[in-house]
Design a protein around this ligand. Structure first.
Ligand SMILES: Nc1nc2c(ncn2[C@@H]2O[C@H](COP(=O)(O)OP(=O)(O)OP(=O)(O)O)[C@@H](O)[C@H]2O)c(=O)[nH]1
Length: 533
């Protein structure tokens, strides 16, 4: 082989190598192009997803996209990616903080809303679900969207139903009622808000016994489907009752105060008189004493100057008569003074006695009012305020000397159905029967209260878990067998019961929450159950 052919062969080999290199370069270019376009697509999606979260991140992602599109050098891309990575890392930290804040807010709001008595069971269950969900830490803010939606739903219901929550007064509610009457179908809903408020006000009014029947009559009227006009009449009736009671209270208080003021000024006058009389009688007495001294002194002069025994006898007799007269004067003046004081004392005693009688009446009134403010008007059981008072005292005792202290929440199942099917009066009767049953069946040393709506609370001291569960299950079965009859239908009413024993670290809220959680589980497990936590 000559030199030329060797050179040709080498050139051919080099050509082949070059072709292969060009081919593989083209493959790399096309791969790079495909990957770049994939990356651009990814960045576009990422930009859309992150849009609005952080301005800087938006700008950086936009720049990266542009750099990729124009095929900028890798070093430039790396720099942008490093920036973006840092921003994302910061964002992660910020999100973690926001998640923990949102978790706390959801938790707190659910707990606050759960304290609203009038909130229906469905909403309460949603709120308990929110609390349960909050216990499991979430990784993304979006996971809280359904929880926030449940909270808003409960808040909305609470605003519509709870008389404790709306900031508007009755008149506002009525005005908005009147305004919405023009919108078909709205007036009934507004009436419900006003009716719920009125029922609440009536239940919590502390008025003398004689007004009870009037109040019950007004409440009875409210349970029927009444028009706004009739509602207005009921409202006016209610105001009449309140105003007449206020006027009477005022008149009694005024008469008591004016009696008190008269008696006090009489007592003051009597004391002044006594002091004055004392002074006058003291000076009269001093005068008489001086007169006596003088008369006794005169006796010795008389004795010295007597000329004969008969003269002495005569003079002494005369002097003795004067002394006796002075002594009689002294005694009569003292008697008069004593009588004056006695009569003034009698007068003062009579007035103070009268005042004492009036004070006793007021004390009794105050006692009755205190009892009423702690009593549920419908069932005559202790009310929620009484429970709070009793349970907080029990907790103080419990912290001093630990003993078995149990809290039970008993809730009627599907009570709304009773109201909806047989009317509100049937619902009220059911609550009264339930209160009587609890009073009869629960041992006398346990505390019973109507917590609100169809929820009762019981507090037991010194009862073990086994015994308590046995007793509560017996109670639950007994209630389920009660023969209710509405509109000729035999109705069975069941209860769900949550129970817990108080622990050393508990406070009133944590204990209640645990019992409430147990109740929620009893409902969740199909109702008519007792759950211990
Ligand atoms: N008759 C009457 N009803 C009341 C009274 N207080 C509250 N309610 C009603 O009790 C009902 C309670 O309903 P929910 O909270 O939904 O509870 P529920 O129907 O028992 O459902 P569950 O608790 O899930 O078994 C509501 O309709 C209230 O209006 C009251 O003093 N008298």
């Amino acid at each position: 082989m000559n030199e030329k052919s060797v050179a040709v062969e080498q050139i051919n080999v080099l050509k082949k190598k070059l072709d292969a290199a060009i081919k593989s370069r083209a493959a790399v270019d096309s791969d790079l192009k495909a990957q770049s376009s994939l990356l651009v697509q990814f960045i576009t999606r990422l930009t859309k997803l992150c849009k609005g979260i952080d301005k800087e991140l938006d700008t950086r992602l936009g720049k990266l996209k542009k750099l990729l599109a124009k095929g900028a050098p890798i070093a430039d891309l790396e720099q942008q990616i490093a920036f973006i990575a840092k921003l994302i890392q910061n964002y992660e930290l910020k999100t973690e903080k926001e998640i923990s804040q949102l978790n706390k807010q959801c938790n707190d709001t659910a707990k606050t809303l759960l304290k609203i008595n009038t909130l229906p069971g469905a909403e309460k269950r949603e709120l308990r679900n929110v609390l349960k969900e909050c216990e499991q830490n979430k990784e993304a803010l979006v996971q809280y969207i359904p929880l926030v939606s449940q909270l808003m739903n409960a808040y909305d219901t609470a605003l519509k139903l709870s008389p404790a929550l709306p900031k508007k007064g009755l008149l506002d509610a009525l005005n908005s009622g009147a305004a919405s009457e023009s919108k078909a179908g709205d007036s009934k809903e507004v009436n419900q808000v006003v009716l719920a408020k009125l029922s609440y006000v009536i239940d919590h009014l502390v008025l003398p016994e004689k007004h009870t029947s009037e109040l019950l009559k007004i409440k009875e009227q409210l349970t029927h489907n009444i028009s706004n006009d009739k509602l207005m009449v009921s409202l006016l009736d209610l105001f009449d009752v309140i105003i007449s009671d206020l006027q009477q209270e005022r008149a009694t208080a005024e008469s008591f105060l004016s009696g008190l003021s008269d008696t006090l000024s009489d007592v003051q006058n009597a004391i002044n008189n006594t002091l004055f009389c004392n002074k006058a009688s003291q000076s009269a007495s001093n005068e008489l004493n001086a007169q006596l001294h003088k008369q006794v002194d005169e006796m010795s002069t008389v004795v010295d100057s007597a000329k004969s025994v008969s003269d002495l006898k005569q003079k002494i007799n005369k002097n003795l008569q004067n002394i006796v007269k002075t002594l009689e004067n002294k005694s009569s003046s003292e008697n008069k003074h004593n009588q004056q004081i006695e009569s003034q004392l009698n007068d003062m005693t009579a007035r103070v006695k009268e005042l004492e009688k009036q004070s006793q009446y007021f004390e009794e009134q105050l006692k009755q009012q205190k009892i009423k403010s702690m009593q549920d008007a419908l069932t005559k059981l202790n009310n929620r305020a009484a429970f709070d008072d009793y349970f907080s005292k029990q907790l103080i005792d419990f912290k001093q000397q630990s003993y078995e202290l149990a809290l039970v929440i008993l809730d009627l199942d599907d009570f709304k159905r009773i109201n909806d099917t047989y009317g509100h009066t049937a619902g009220d009767k059911t609550l009264q029967v339930m209160a009587m049953t609890l009073t009869k069946k629960v041992s006398a040393d346990a505390f019973i209260a109507r917590y609100g709506g169809e929820e009762f609370v019981l507090v037991y001291s010194g009862v073990s878990q086994d015994k308590l569960l046995q007793h509560l299950n017996d109670l639950r079965k007994h209630i389920a067998r009660l023969p209710f009859k509405f509109k000729n239908n035999k109705v069975s009413i069941t209860t769900s019961i949550g129970v817990t024993h108080i622990k050393a670290q508990d406070n009133i809220h944590s204990a209640f929450e645990r019992a409430d959680k147990a109740l929620y589980q009893a409902k969740d497990q199909g109702k008519n159950k007792v759950v211990y936590l």
